[in-house]
Design a protein around this ligand. Structure first.
Ligand code: COA
Length: 262
C-alpha cells in the first residue's frame, strides 16, 4: 500500500482500518484527504489477498469528520467547487462499489461531509459522544457530497429536510431513533464493537457478501421487478463458486465451512 499523508491504513486478517488523520482540524475533508481516501479504497478493492471488510473512522477523540474543509472551500470558484463536489461524489461511489462492506465507526462529530461520508458506508456504529448533522446552510452553502440525496434515503424525506434546512446537529441517540445509525455504544467500546462485527462478516463467504452488497445497493433505487432480477442473477452466479459447494457440504457434514473467496 502507498504512503498517505492525511489518512492511515492498517490491514490485519483481511480487515482494513482506514482513519482520517487530521485531528487538529477535526479531520476536515480537504482535496488531499478526498484524493487519498479514494486512492486507498481503490487500492483496497484491488488488494490480494482480498479485503473482507473495512472500518472507516477518524483520528483523535473528538471527531469522525467535522465536514468539508471550510478554509479551503472559502476561496473556491464555482468551477473549482464543482471539481471538489465531484471528487466527494467519486469517493462515495468507490466506497459504495467496493466488493467488501465498509463500516463507519463514528467517534465524534460527523457534520456536513462527515455525515455524508458515513452515509456512503454500509452501516454506522456511533459512539455515545457522536453528533450528526448537515450544517452547510449556516455557511451559505448546501450539502455537496450527497447529503441531499442519501440522507432522505436513510431517514425519509421529511426528517432529512428538517436536518438540512435547520442545520441543527443531533446526538447519537436521536440519529439511532431516525434509523441513521445501527447502534450507539459507549465511546471507549466503539472500535471493539466495529471490529467484532467486521470479524463476523469476514468469516462468511466473501463472494456472497460482495453480491449481497451490490444487489442491495443497486436494487434499492430500482424498480422491484428489476431489483429482483438483479438478485436472481447474482444468486445463481454463486452456484459456480467453490465457496457455495463448501458452505453447503460443510452444513451437511456438520463441520465449520472454510471459505476461500473462490
Ligand atoms: N473545516 C476546516 N476546519 C475545521 C472544520 C472544518 N469543517 N471543523 C473544524 N475545523 C478546525 C477549526 O477551524 C479549528 O482549527 P484551529 O485550531 O486551527 O482554529 C479546529 O478544527 C478545532 O475546531 P474548533 O471549532 O476549535 O472546535 P470546537 O470544539 O470549538 O467546535 C465544531 C467543534 C465541530 C462544533 C466546530 O469546529 C464546527 O462547527 N466546525 C464546522 C462544522 C461544519 O460546518 N461542517 C460542515 C462544513 S461544509
Amino acid at each position: 500500500m502507498p504512503n498517505y499523508e492525511t489518512i492511515t491504513l492498517e490491514v490485519a486478517d483481511g480487515i482494513a482500518t482506514v482513519t482520517v488523520n487530521r485531528p487538529d482540524k477535526l479531520n476536515a475533508l480537504n482535496a488531499k484527504v478526498l484524493a487519498e481516501l479514494t486512492a486507498a479504497f481503490v487500492a483496497l478493492s484491488e488488494a490480494e489477498p482480498r479485503i473482507r471488510v473495512a472500518i472507516l473512522t477518524g483520528a483523535g477523540d473528538k471527531a469522525f469528520v467535522a465536514g468539508a474543509d471550510i478554509s479551503e472551500m472559502s476561496e473556491l470558484s464555482a468551477a473549482q467547487a464543482k471539481v471538489f463536489s465531484d471528487s466527494g461524489h467519486r469517493l462515495g461511489l468507490v466506497i459504495e462499489s467496493a466488493a467488501f462492506p465498509v463500516i463507519a465507526a463514528v467517534n465524534g462529530f460527523a457534520l456536513g461531509g462527515g455525515c455524508e461520508l458515513a452515509m456512503c458506508c454500509d452501516f454506522i456504529y456511533a459512539s455515545d459522544k457522536a453528533r450528526f448533522g448537515q450544517p452547510e446552510v449556516n455557511l451559505g452553502l448546501m450539502p455537496g457530497f450527497g447529503g441531499t440525496q442519501r440522507l432522505s434515503r436513510r431517514v425519509g424525506l421529511t426528517r432529512a429536510r428538517e436536518l438540512v434546512y435547520t442545520g441543527d446537529p443531533i446526538p447519537a441517540e436521536r440519529a439511532l431513533a431516525l434509523g441513521l445509525v445501527n447502534e450507539v455504544v459507549p465511546h471507549a467500546e466503539l472500535m471493539t464493537k466495529a471490529r467484532e462485527v467486521a470479524q463476523k462478516i469476514a468469516s462468511k463467504a466473501p463472494l456472497a457478501i460482495a453480491s449481497c452488497k451490490r444487489v442491495m445497493a443497486r436494487g434499492f433505487d430500482a424498480d422491484l421487478s428489476v431489483a429482483n432480477e438483479l438478485e436472481a442473477t447474482a444468486f445463481s452466479a454463486l452456484f459456480d463458486t467453490e465457496d457455495m459447494r463448501e458452505g453447503t457440504r460443510a452444513f451437511m457434514a456438520r463441520r465449520p465451512a472454510q471459505f476461500t473467496g473462490r
